[in-house]
Design a protein around this ligand. Structure first.
Ligand code: ZN
Length: 727
């Protein structure tokens, strides 16, 4: 039996990352643009195979050949014939889906290896009896030779990514350790070369001299100085007594595909600024210049609120064991025009909605300013994993001078909340169907209210540098009944004043606004809900909040009594407030599950939402706002700390509940993404089944156009590197 840490469970959650509606609402030009940038992302994403483990590219090619010759459904018969049980075959499909999702055989979250959960001999037999093998036995045998053992190996060094003897990495040749990495970093800093798109190979030449080769990812393969090209660090240098060689052309055939598709996308760019952005990107990927990528990123930041959003390049450096080399990543997300229209209506109604919030009108802003928020749906996310939001670029100098963008990925967030019925933890049986039916619609309402009227509402009382107040100093504080005696002094801001609790407190305020205003029928009408449907939306929205409060405990660390996630802390606080409301409104029971292990059930009396629930949130939300408005840090901190506290005192025993939450935590989900293809000048959109088989099928079709060429090029790249991995 393999340690469960190193396998993906057969019942792992697999969800469709649905973008169909948003995509269909795009114009023809926008669709074409999104299509070509997506293609660039997918080809670039294959670089991650070469950035993960020596065997990843071979595993990928093996799987592609396998499933191109026989679909996962067809292969089932062969599997049964060679003696695989249905569970073993499912384990193989889940493994394959995992390799595609993580772009390699190491988990993108946690960096540990995962292996197929079936005997190696059985998988080998399946390969040998497959149609792919029948077609080309030599090739399939060669691929198996290249990865069959490594696929299953759990030697200590193999178990995780790491440098030197600590683990596996392909950012460095196998003979590099921390000292080599540090030396190389000093060299790169000295030469002013960014590490983002590089890998390091330590080579001992014929005279026994050590040469460090710094390889830049680029289409261009020459080592020599090209004439007239402003950027070129290629060449040989002496540094601290060692020889360094800077070359380029790493991942060249893949970078070429990226560039070709970005060039095609350029014809459909929405603005001249976007054209410029693409020009810089293509120059960066052609020549290996990170400066060009920085220039592109500047144009990207200036491209405010586009219909089709994207970012592409060597971005996040989490997986380089030294932490300075970027993993390739590319995404395309599109504005959901339908949802944006609803959000716009919400903003248009702000003037008569804001007065309904539970604070005196003087505590509201003089003029409503729409917060900077657009929700985007991901069409394509290529790389090793999909985040729910991103804050890029990572270049510090650009963040400080030009800025950055915050992108919230709506359909990723929505999936993170949805789940299969069997995995729906902590709910009463009779709530589950309703929850599944109304989860997405109620989430949409909550997000709109949270972002626009939540973060967008409420005034701060400020005294400027000339001593002038922006509020009437004779106003009465509704919490104390006294005149206002605190405010923000010149130079003070919400964040600087409330510092450590500012972000979670503010998220809590925004969540409360969502709960409170979703009771308003006019708002629900904007989102298309009336009558009993509207009541169900309200119920599920509140139920989701209390369940999230329970799930949030995962993000609390008892050892240092700290919360690690602002939103989850906020939801826990709201759960506490609603429990405290009493009158049987929210019930939390710790039980024993059918499996004999600890479990819990949270329930909500829907008949009391409009009374007990509303009053509790109203009172709490008013306090949050009044303390915020009046810069009353002491009261705010005391209030928030009280509800954030996690103890094991009766009746809730939250620390025990936390153990149950961890025990019943769902494994990280995998996403099935759509494909787009050109047919008769138009872009066709294709969704797939939300299953391991559907996910596999999506990857086979994604690269069906030039799969032979890609397979060859991946094998070549893999082969030419292979001498650097074994010692
Ligand atoms: Zn927020």
């Amino acid at each position: 039996m393999v340690d469960s840490q190193y396998i993906l469970p057969n019942d792992i959650g697999i969800s469709l990352l649905d973008c169909r509606e948003a995509f269909q609402l795009l114009s023809k030009e926008e669709k074409l643009y999104a299509h070509y940038v997506s293609r660039a992302c997918w080809y670039g994403g294959l670089v991650v195979l070469l950035q993960t483990s020596p065997e990843s590219p071979s595993i990928f090619v093996l799987l592609q050949k396998f499933f191109k010759a026989q679909s996962p459904w067809e292969l089932q018969e062969t599997a049964t014939a060679v003696g695989l049980t249905p569970e073993e075959y499912q384990a193989f499909l889940v493994y394959a889906a995992g390799v595609y999702c993580n772009m390699g055989n190491y988990k993108s979250f946690g960096d540990t290896k995962f292996v197929p959960n079936l005997p190696q001999e059985k998988l080998k037999e399946l390969v040998w009896q497959s149609r792919a093998f029948e077609k080309n036995p030599e090739e399939m045998e060669r691929l198996w030779q290249a990865c069959g053992n490594l696929m299953f190996s759990l030697d200590n060094r193999q178990k995780q990514l790491g440098l030197g003897t600590k683990g596996i990495t392909t950012y460095f040749s196998g003979n590099c350790d921390l000292k080599d990495a540090e030396l190389a970093q000093r060299f790169l800093d000295f030469k002013g070369i960014s590490a983002y798109n590089t890998r390091l190979f330590k080579i001992v030449d014929d005279d026994g001299k050590t040469v460090y080769e710094v390889r830049l990812a680029s289409v261009i393969m020459d080592d020599a100085l090209s004439q007239g090209e402003p950027f070129n660090s290629c060449g040989t240098y002496e540094f601290e007594g060692f020889k360094f060689k800077v070359t380029r052309g790493d991942h060249s055939p893949l970078m070429k595909k990226v560039v070709e598709n970005l060039e095609k996308a350029k014809s459909y760019a929405a603005t001249a600024n976007v054209e410029k952005m693409l020009e810089h990107y293509t120059r960066s990927f052609s020549t290996g210049s990170i400066d060009a990528h920085k220039e592109g990123s500047k144009h990207w930041i200036r491209d405010e609120g586009p219909i089709v959003e994207s970012y592409i390049g060597f971005i996040e450096s989490y997986r380089d064991p030294y932490g300075s080399r970027g993993e390739f990543e590319g995404f395309v997300a599109v504005v959901n025009k339908d949802m944006s229209a609803k959000f716009a209506q919400l903003v248009a109604s702000a003037e008569h909605l804001l007065p309904q919030l539970p604070w005196p009108k003087h505590f509201e802003k003089d003029r409503f300013l729409k917060p900077d928020f657009t929700s985007l749906d991901v069409l394509t996310f290529a790389g090793s994993g999909i985040p729910a939001g991103i804050n890029i670029p990572n270049y510090d100098d650009i963040r400080q001078t030009v800025g950055f963008k915050n992108v919230s990925l709506g359909n990723v967030l929505a999936v993170a909340y949805s789940t299969q019925r069997e995995k729906l933890t902590f709910l009463e049986e009779e709530d589950k169907d309703l929850y599944i039916k109304w989860k997405s619609p109620s989430f949409e309402v909550q997000v709109g209210l949270h972002e626009l009227l939540g973060h967008g509402s409420g005034k701060l009382f400020v005294q400027d540098n000339k001593g002038k107040f922006n509020f009437d100093t004779s106003l009465v504080n509704p919490e104390t009944g006294e005149t206002i005696n605190s405010w923000y002094k010149h130079g003070e801001t919400w964040d600087s004043k409330f510092s450590t609790i500012a972000s979670t407190y503010e998220e809590c305020r925004a969540e409360c606004v969502g709960l409170y205003l979703c009771l308003n029928q006019d708002i629900l009408k904007i989102f298309g809900h009336e009558g009993t449907d509207a009541d169900d939306v309200i119920y599920v929205n509140w139920l989701t909040m209390v369940r999230a409060g329970v799930l949030g405990l995962e993000f609390y660390t008892p050892e240092n009594q700290k919360w690690r996630q602002a939103h989850m802390q906020a939801r826990f606080v709201i759960l506490r407030v609603l429990l405290e409301a009493g009158q049987g409104f929210v019930t939390l029971r710790q039980t024993t599950g059918t499996d004999g292990k600890p479990d819990a059930i949270i329930s909500l009396d829907r008949s009391k939402i409009a009374t007990v629930g509303k009053t509790a949130i109203e009172t709490f939300l008013r306090k949050l706002q009044v303390y915020k408005t009046t810069a009353d840090l002491d009261s705010g901190r005391a209030l928030y700390a009280r509800y954030s506290q996690v103890t094991d005192s009766e009746p809730e025993r939250f620390l025990t509940l936390r153990e149950t939450v961890l025990l019943r935590k769902e494994a990280r989900k995998m996403f099935v993404q759509a494909n787009t293809r050109i047919e008769g000048g138009d872009v066709q959109f294709q969704n797939y089944e939300a299953s391991a088989a559907g996910l596999i099928q999506s990857f086979v079709e994604r690269f069906s156009e030039d799969s032979e060429e890609l397979d060859l090029c991946l094998q070549d790249l893999c082969h030419s590197d292979s001498k650097h991995w074994v010692f």
